[in-house]
Design a protein around this ligand. Structure first.
Ligand code: GLN
Length: 536
């Protein structure tokens, strides 16, 4: 079978959920027996989202091989249970960077370097690069942004050209669009979609399938009208009605027979019957449980929930798995202090202190950790959250009143958290942290060892600072145990508190490895403990 390429484009407005539609289609195609991967092309000029504020871009998702990527890659991994890589997220910045460095090497042999063909060739090479990997049969490519955006033009041109590179049955375009509802007249309107498809046609792309986001069901008349005006066959107009949760979308797409229409276009057959029983089981648990657990996520970007997407999704996976519903309480760390902490954490069953960078809000996080440590409230610190737990312990248990991380106080007399040796010479900010998957050995018999049921684990990282080993003995002697270590680099990766129901901090980010059908053991254990304390 030839490699099949499906391009997912968007129109009318951004944020319609191209990532979720791509992930849902990927899941359905995988469920009928195909090996699928998904990649995302982003039109912005940053080389990757690693240097962007979460307020600009939401969470930065980190792959196994250490790429800092768009949060949609998290959806792809969580829905499909696959691992993505450096090659699954490409930006305009990366494309231009590659072309310009080839130009400097003289690789264009005296030619004038231009958007067409040089930039579009580079884009197409990236489209196909992942397809050259023989482990995939179908490559879904999501084009970020909307048709009509100036900055996405070269990507659309490359999609147009791809149609000519590939055989008729190996190329497919799915266009995701919005059908707005006018409440005053009670009507769904097709005009924005018509215009968006006209724009796509101007770029030389005729969509094969329209997926129409809508608050209300699309009548047959509306679907027929869309088909007629947009040159799409009637059965290829798919409705994507607002769902209860992102996890309901694969089932809605299955009901709309999206996968069958796609298989038909690609001229391939199901390799096995579609069964979504485990997924539906998850959905049943997700929606039916009345056992509510209130878990706080304390961070500095909480007004944008997407900034902590993988953490909140990991909690949802674990909650559903344990027949409970996790209600996340978002708490802005800079609002917390000794005076209001008790009130702020009232009715909170467990606390996660989130990853982050920079000083703002750190004292609030430390204050919350003191409270949960002293009041036996389950605590999970991730990356900066773990570092804050170490600072708190040094100040309030070991008595190092000015204990700190050198990230926040360069001259602290007690540098509990310090810059990693190999980071000291690094000047560039982009792509230079300790990134991606590293081995970690867990202390036999420790709490975390019991959770993983393993000694050797691998988890993903994204940080520059580390636990300062000169405090290791003092911490262990006083009840804060360092129970996970990267032996090769001699770095502390896990801390846990003795005599506390659940108090663990990890330098790594377990949230990047939680999957819908395979929740992460740390999140399961954390939620399980909270549930057992709450239900007595
Ligand atoms: N700012 C801290 C560091 O660089 C923590 C990073 C994080 O939480 N991802 O080490």
């Amino acid at each position: 079978m030839n490699k099949k390429y499906i391009f997912v484009t968007g129109g009318v407005t951004s944020s319609l959920g191209k990532g979720i539609i791509s992930a849902s289609l990927g899941l359905l195609l995988k469920a009928v027996g195909y090996k699928v991967t998904i990649q995302k092309f982003d039109p912005y000029l940053n080389i990757d989202p690693g240097t962007m504020s979460p307020y600009e871009h939401g969470e930065c998702y980190v792959t196994e091989d250490g790429a800092e990527t768009d949060l949609d890659l998290g959806h792809y991994e969580r829905f499909l249970g696959i691992s993505t890589s450096q090659d699954n997220n490409v930006t305009t910045g990366r494309i231009y960077n590659n072309v310009i460095s080839k130009e400097r090497k003289g690789e264009f042999l005296g030619k004038t370097v231009q958007v067409i063909p040089h930039i579009t060739d580079e884009i197409k090479n990236s489209f196909y690069k992942i397809g050259k990997n023989n482990s995939f049969e179908i490559v879904i490519t999501e084009i970020g942004g909307c048709i009509g955006d100036i900055e996405s033009l070269p990507f659309f041109e490359a999609v147009r050209q791809a149609k000519f590179d590939l055989n008729r049955n190996d190329f497919l375009n799915i266009h995701l669009t919005l059908i707005p509802y006018l409440s005053t007249s009670g009507e769904l309107k097709t005009k924005p979609t018509q215009h968006s498809v006209k724009k796509l046609l101007e770029a030389g792309i005729q969509p094969d399938i329209l997926v129409c986001r809508s608050e209300h069901k699309l009548s047959k008349e509306i679907k027929n009208k869309l088909a007629l005006f947009c040159n799409v066959s009637k059965n290829s107009v798919i409705e994507s009605i607002d769902a209860k949760s992102i996890y309901d979308v694969p089932v809605l797409m299955r009901d709309e027979r999206l996968h069958e229409i796609v298989l038909n276009y690609l001229n391939i057959k199901k390799k096995k019957p579609l069964r979504l029983s485990r997924w539906k089981n998850f959905l049943r648990n997700l929606h039916s449980s009345n056992n509510i657990l209130n878990i706080a996520i304390i961070g500095k970007y909480v007004s944008l929930h997407d900034a902590y997407k993988s953490i909140s999704e990991s909690l949802i996976h674990a909650g559903a798995n344990l027949n409970s519903r996790v209600e996340i309480k978002w708490i802005l760390s800079e609002n917390l202090n000794e005076k209001n902490i008790k009130k702020s954490l009232k009715n909170i069953d467990g606390v996660i202190v989130a990853p982050g960078f920079g000083e703002r809000g750190v004292e609030g996080k430390i204050c919350a950790i003191k409270y949960v440590r002293e009041n036996s409230i389950p605590f999970f610190g991730i990356c900066l959250g773990m570092q804050c737990a170490c600072i708190e312990f040094s100040r309030n248990v070991l008595g190092h009143k000015k204990g700190n991380s050198t990230e926040f106080d360069k001259n602290t007399p007690y540098p509990i958290i310090d810059l990693m040796e190999e980071q000291k010479e690094i000047k560039n900010k982009g792509g230079t942290m300790r990134l991606g998957s590293y081995k970690c050995s867990l202390e036999k018999g420790s709490h975390i060892n019991k959770i993983y049921k393993n000694i050797d684990i691998k988890e993903r990282h994204r940080h520059r600072y580390e636990f300062n080993n000169s405090y290791k003995k003092e911490f262990n002697d006083n009840g804060m145990l360092t129970t996970g270590t990267n032996n090769k680099l001699n770095l502390v990766e896990v801390i846990e508190l003795k005599n506390h129901p659940w108090f663990i901090g990890t330098q790594f980010h377990p949230e990047y490895r939680s999957r819908v059908l395979k929740p992460h053991p740390l999140f399961i254990s954390f939620v399980k403990k909270i549930k057992s304390i709450k239900n007595g």
